[in-house]
Ligand binder design. Structure first.
Ligand SMILES: Cc1ncc(COP(=O)(O)O)c(C=O)c1O
Length: 367
């Protein structure tokens, strides 16, 4: 490589850039985007109104501390706003954590089918991503612990995980935390927490409150329907919050996101509608797709991972092309080491029924 031009730091060119879910289906009369786990219900009307009102003040900088938003989050979840950091999506927070806690030669652990931003954020700092094997598409605490070395500084755990939709019961998360050395930061990414309906699940709030080395990350992109605005938040120990506040962009969250976020988190009726919609259609999709002879990984989130045969004519890639022609845009997950699967967001009733009918047609079966 030529030393005659600027070179990025080690690790940067090892990154495979994140490829977002596609949103177009050329030629289809109506497009259903089911590729990025967005809510089919859209954002709260109150959040949209607040976003629009912010349009008359675009000349003003946002409140760099996002104080009103942190207070609204604190009120909704019973948390001290001083222990919350907001970010431009949880992506922003994941990258800030990597920048604050990883250096050249360090290691950060994530699981085989873990969220792709973890290795990207890790490599960007010069540190090494270490992969812990999963069991049945589910994070395995023993494998994670085995992957921890003296160089480990962060363990990233998406719970539930994307793109598998599986989760780790919280007793297991506690066991993981107990066994980690105290200088290793456990990052609990609870992007889909609002959708989970399991008694043995927790997003991690209590563990954060009682530990010095655990943070929990949440997003407004999923159940709150604000993905376009880029808004996430982190709850952590005071010393981690202090570190992140030193390195984050001074205005990393914009005003339209702040005001819409406040309304979104207060509109509990809208969140409840989204939860109920998901609770109805997640099991329906799992069952109906299963009846077609395709394996669906049991999900607790707002999406399903559908496994396809490798027989020519029936593969995930061919199914994707077939569905896309009908305006049904799912997500290929080869980048997650799942080349024979597609991930589908739980969509509107119309979209869900269309996917099942189209898959039946693709497989030459009756729905
Ligand atoms: C597990 C997980 N974490 C974080 C994110 C990022 O969300 P955001 O839109 O807040 O950056 C996603 C989005 O797909 C996700 O699946």
């Amino acid at each position: 490589m030529s030393a005659q031009r600027p070179q990025p730091r080690p690790g940067v060119l090892a990154i495979k850039a994140y490829v977002p879910g596609k949103s177009d289906a050329p030629g289809a009369a109506k497009v259903f985007k089911l590729s990025s786990n967005e809510t089919p219900l859209g954002a709260s009307d109150k959040a949209i109104a607040a976003y629009q009102a912010a349009g008359t003040h675009l000349q003003d900088y946002p409140d760099g501390a996002a104080t009103a938003l942190r207070e609204a989050i604190g009120e909704a979840f019973g948390l001290d706003p001083a222990r919350i950091v907001c970010g431009a999506g949880s992506d922003d927070l994941l990258n800030l954590l990597a920048r604050a806690y990883l250096a050249d030669g360090d290691e950060a652990v994530h699981t085989t089918h873990g969220f792709l931003v973890y290795p990207i954020a890790t490599l960007g700092t010069g540190a090494k991503p270490v992969v812990a094997a999963e069991k049945d598409y589910t994070a395995d605490v023993d494998a994670i612990l085995k992957a921890v070395t003296p160089k480990t500084k962060i363990v990233f755990l998406a719970n539930p995980n994307n793109p598998t939709g599986t989760y780790v019961p919280f007793d297991e998360v506690r066991r993981l935390h107990r066994a980690l050395p105290p200088h290793v930061l456990l990052v609990l990414d609870a992007a889909y927490a609002e959708y989970v309906q399991r008694n043995d699940y927790e997003s991690g709030i209590e563990l954060v409150a009682t530990s010095e080395n655990v943070v929990m990350i949440r997003t407004f992109s999923k159940i709150y329907g604000l993905a376009a605005l880029r808004l996430g938040w982190l709850y952590g120990p005071a010393h981690v919050v202090d570190a992140l506040n030193r390195i984050r962009g001074p205005f990393n969250v914009n005003t339209p996101a702040i005001v819409a976020g406040i309304e979104a988190i207060r509109d509990t009726a809208h969140v409840e509608r989204a939860r109920r919609h998901n609770a109805k259609w997640l099991p329906w999709l799992t069952e109906e797709i299963g009846k077609l002879g395709l394996k669906v990984t049991p999900s607790v989130a707002n999406f399903v991972l559908i496994h396809f045969p490798t027989v020519p004519g029936k593969t995930a890639k061919e199914a994707d092309a077939f569905l896309t022609r009908r305006g049904l845009v799912l997500r290929q997950v080869g980048a997650y080491h799942l080349p024979d699967a597609l991930r589908m967001s739980v969509g509107s009733e119309e979209a869900n029924r269309l996917v099942v009918a189209s898959l039946a047609e693709f497989l030459g079966r009756k729905a």
